[in-house]
Design a protein around this ligand. Structure first.
Ligand code: ZN
Length: 132
């Protein structure tokens, strides 16, 4: 439906928030931890899209591994879908490799599922659907 948000991996939310608050001239509208993913997040609303900053809370977190390998930077692009279960089925049938074959709880009141970047030209893609 649209680009819901772009996720950016950062080493320190405290210092990245200071920079992005200045860049966007507004504070984060939400700060939220996702314990299952080992991350703390900050969200900024930019028009109809959002920016999600992600900091790892433990060394096993996917964000910690990403930063270790590639440094800070754009981590994923999230697309909003109307029916995440139907999209997972459709994309699996099209041959895409899903990291999550069933949706899980994400930040910002969303059901989410990631596609493996191997099947999407190296871009980590997140599908997300607003929870009712
Ligand atoms: Zn995300």
């Amino acid at each position: 439906m649209k680009i819901e948000h772009i996720g950016i991996a950062v080493k320190s939310l405290a210092s990245a928030d200071a920079v992005f608050e200045k860049l966007f001239n507004q504070p984060a509208y939400k700060k939220e931890g996702v314990a299952s993913e080992g991350v703390e997040t900050s969200f900024y609303q930019i028009g109809e899209s959002k920016i999600e900053l992600l900091e790892a809370t433990n060394p096993d977190s996917a964000i910690a591994k990403f930063i270790e390998k590639r440094g800070e930077g754009i981590h994923h692009i999230a697309f909003e879908v109307a029916d995440i279960d139907a999209e997972i089925q459709r994309l699996t049938a099209e041959g895409f490799q899903m990291i999550h074959t069933t949706p899980k709880d994400g930040a910002d009141n969303k059901k989410i599922a990631f596609l493996h970047p191997k099947s999407t030209s190296g871009v980590l893609v997140e599908l997300c659907q607003e929870k009712d």
